[in-house]
Design a binder for this molecule. Structure first.
Ligand SMILES: [Zn+2]
Ligand SMILES: [Zn+2]
Length: 302
């Protein structure tokens, strides 16, 4: 592993025209993610798991056109939430959203047709047999928390929640979104899965955090810890000799790290798929005492 330490310096400002938030496009998001998981599975030591993840993402994409229309979050509700520094998607109320319940039911049914490891088959049967179990895991997923003895159940519920949350976020006018706190998604208040460096008109190499739940992206000033807001003792670590565009931004102040994926150099990088596929970087960092600050329902337990 190699490390480059940055010297403390004034935090650079993004381009004036850099948009603060970008809404996800669910129709493309899950299909691309499926392709990326499948591509990363080639020759990877985690190939069976990555192929299962590809199938889950494909099931997410396939379910999209069958889901009932959502009633969009009203602009006045979003404006009121912003006045109080709150995200417009209220996670506490999602648990009782019938559209989310329908999405979970549909996704669990679709997942039953997939080939999967035995523990996942058992977890899926457990969930399908008991709506109370689904509700319990949904409550955990809505808090970005996982029960250590139920990681397999969490994967299915989190995948269904991603689908619903991305559809909700896709309907939010990005101009309505305002910062709600360091390292928090401005649409749903969730944690990032990773950050990306993008190359878009008006945003060359700008950094965006990507929400693990709703896939909204929000601009975050570079060389600033997205976990604690610290600007000193920020360093970048990557696996030596690997030019894959994936690094971890470590912070001496909070001892946390979040991965930084350069889509500017490697447009094919997917924050969720490449986060799972770069688990080796997490293991090295955690051996060295760094704490993973990002959330990924497919990497729980790490
Ligand atoms: Zn979000
Ligand atoms: Zn920090």
């Amino acid at each position: 592993m190699t490390e480059e330490t940055s010297r403390p310096r004034p935090a650079p400002r993004g381009d004036l025209h850099t948009q603060f938030a970008l809404a996800p496009d669910p129709a493309k998001l899950f299909a691309r993610r499926a392709d990326r998981f499948a591509a990363r599975a080639e020759g990877h030591e985690l190939a069976p798991y990555l192929r299962f993840m590809a199938d889950l993402a494909r099931a997410q994409a396939a379910l999209l056109p069958t889901l009932p229309l959502l009633s969009p979050i009203q602009a006045d509700h979003a404006a009121r939430a912003a006045e109080h520094g709150m995200p417009p998607i209220d996670r506490a109320r999602l648990a009782d959203d019938p559209a989310l319940t329908a999405t979970i039911t549909g996704f669990l049914q679709a997942a039953a047709a997939l080939a999967m490891p035995a523990p996942a088959t058992a977890a899926l049967a457990h969930l399908r047999a008991d709506p109370a179990v689904q509700r319990q895991h949904l409550a955990n997923a809505l808090e970005d928390a996982v029960a250590a003895d139920a990681v397999a159940e969490h994967v299915f519920i989190a995948a269904a929640l991603q689908l619903h949350a991305a559809r909700l976020a896709a309907q939010l006018p990005p101009d309505l979104l305002t910062p709600v706190g360091t390292g928090l998604c401005p649409a749903c208040g969730g944690a990032p899965v990773a950050c990306v460096l993008v190359d878009r008109p008006g945003a060359h190499n700008a950094r965006y955090c990507v929400c693990a739940t709703c896939a909204t992206q929000w601009n975050a000033v570079r060389v600033t810890c997205v976990l604690c807001g610290g600007t000193e003792g920020i360093a970048y670590q990557h696996i030596e000799g690997r030019d894959d565009g994936i690094a971890a931004e470590t912070c001496n102040a909070c001892h946390g790290y979040v991965k930084l994926l350069s889509q500017a150099e490697h447009p094919e990088l997917d924050p969720v798929a490449d986060d799972v596929a770069s688990l080796g970087l997490d293991l090295k960092l955690q051996d060295a005492g760094w704490r993973r600050g990002a959330m990924n329902p497919y990497l729980t337990g790490y």
